[in-house]
Design a protein around this ligand. Sequence first.
Ligand SMILES: [Cu+2]
Length: 193
Amino acid sequence: MHFPRRARALTALAVLAPLSLAACGSKDHTPLASGLPSTSTTSSTVAASTEVAVTGIDYAFEGLPATLKAGTTFTFTNGSDKESHEMVLFKLPADEKRSLAELLALPPDEVNKVTGAPVGVAVAAAPGSDGVVVEGKLEAADPGRYIALCGLPTGGDPKVIEEAATSGKPPAEDPNAGPPHFTKGMVQEFTVE
Ligand SMILES: [Cu+2]
């Protein structure tokens, strides 16, 4: 990669996101679960294409089928007119049986142990922009369960996010930065066959 420092910074963003969720969450207060896409929106049809165009909107992924073929690659585009978005792709361990909602309700240490490092990260900081892959590859190479999420802050300044992405430094203080987008529903599981 051309941007190793950049990749580290964004990985930190993605990995830290669940920490903030767990810190403010509890069994009685689970903003993530309430924002999860309902299972009725998923399809059992295996996508025919092995290249899938995903769009990040406020606050969901569009174009991401429930089931895909191994070897599928993704492009990522920001479809918002105000927010930054990213697509962070994780592959779950083969023996992991818990649901996405159960996993994200776990303590942060355990979540991070389950997900490990992302398979790939693409960031589209400017609203309407094409995502830039800054870590790994946006590819579902092998069969299994995958998760796509956006850990960028709600209402965050796209310039601050872009700066963090290009400088390799942590994001500057942003008084408008709210909870990560995945707590508002921008998280989706899919299966690769
Ligand atoms: Cu987002």
